[in-house]
Design a protein around this ligand. Sequence first.
Ligand code: NOJ
Length: 533
Amino acid sequence: MKKDWFMNAIFYELYVRAFRDSNGDGKGDIPGVIEKLDYLKDLGVDCIWLLPMYPSPLKDDGYDISDFMHIHPDFGTIDDYKRLMEEAHKREMYVVADLVLNHSSDQHAWFQAALKDPSSPFKDYYVWSKTGKEYADARIIFLDTEPSNWAYCPEVGEYYWHRFYSSQPDLNYDNPAVQEEMLNTMRYWASLGLDGFRADAVPYLFEREGTNCENLPVTHNYLKKIRRTLDMEYPGRILLAEANQWPVDVREYFGNGDEFTMAFHFPLMPRIYMAMKKGDPAPIRWAIENTPAIPDGCQWCTFLRNHDELTLEMVTPEEREWMWQQYAPDPKMRLNLGIRRRLAPLLDNDPEKIRQANAILYSLPGTPIIYYGDEIGMGDNIDLFDRNGVRTPMQWSASQQNAGFSEAGQLYAPVIAAAPYAPEQINVADQQKDPQSLLNFMKHLVRLRKERPFLAKSSVQFLDTTSPATLCVIRGDETHRLIALHNLGDNSTDITLPSALQFIPKVELLTGTAIPQGLKTIKLAAHQSAWLE
Ligand code: NOJ
């Protein structure tokens, strides 16, 4: 392993079930992912993040795990998994997978044992109450489906605690046996070659009366223990935190460099959409200026979309309302505190906007993550339940037969069928051939970014320009300087480069356009970005 390989890297998040079906049963599988590794390598991906592929009734798409130590039979076998690690590593790619610490499925043998025999030691693997009234200050996360964090269990005659669906009982971290079981889960997958973990829902591990049961010191202590164990037994593996929290609270998950290696940057993501819709750089500037410094050896993970709803937890209630009006005009597009749409439909399927959103993300610090399908501008299906609409089969080709995803008659979910996102319009094969495609733009952007490691970490300065709708980002260190100009407005604009930035750029990097010597004014079309070095 190269030291700090994750620092200047490109991550790619994928659902095994949605990516490629190798055996014609209508569901994607691990051998299917192996078939597509060369595609990912060619895109410039350094690390694949696999969403949960463990045995599960799939009521929360695999985040409801019924056996932490196996592979779901739909997705393959342990041998397939080992082969995936080998094949990825052969191509100098890393793989991380979800470590779902907070809860199990109610179908897990531990929970089932508790139901059968409430005096069994497994009952204490979960959190119970006789009244269902404790921890009243903890918010409900799945607001649209769950009326309470407590669910009554008739077999036991008590209530059990769950932060997500009631089919996902929370594990009891006050029980040392649970702590050890989950360390063993992590050890097991690391021993099979996994390069790290995306740790799910980490703020909620412990509960304490009188608190909101998030980000508690005892939770941080346990997470530090996880990190110590990993460092000692599997040095070099990474831990990526899913902590959807305000900057000051997320900062705690890095500890003194002794907790998480990486954490998602939740506050930045919605502000990119906000800034682009308002034609105002202020929200992005706010997010970056309020990003706390993190310890050496740590990194942010930045993203535009993922497999969940576009969460609006990290904005004010007024901003949330505004975002819903702007980006989710149809109430069906809303879910919990977010928006269940993909990148391309959110940005009006406008190539300039889609490119700009990415160009903004890649001009800021952090390690960017691509959500599968967004590199070709896939659409969504809001008629599907919950978040399933952004988890449809990957569109590999224009083929009438399931877009090249599967040869089966019946799929786990329908391929997007409606124009302008149907496979005839949006697919990998056609975009590979078209030099102007989004896919080829993404490949170019990924390369630009990786060739400039200073972009991953160096300081950020913002500059006011003569164009109020333009976000001007200056990045660099002693030897490099990159200026990214993003016209967020719906009209073209002329930007006079400030005299402090006297230099003679030769080429605009995103388009490869030559720039005349001595140019001091740059014209940017609506939602056009320019990178000058
Ligand atoms: C966060 C995951 O991203 C989401 O998909 C899941 O439903 C919850 N955690 C519960 O595991």
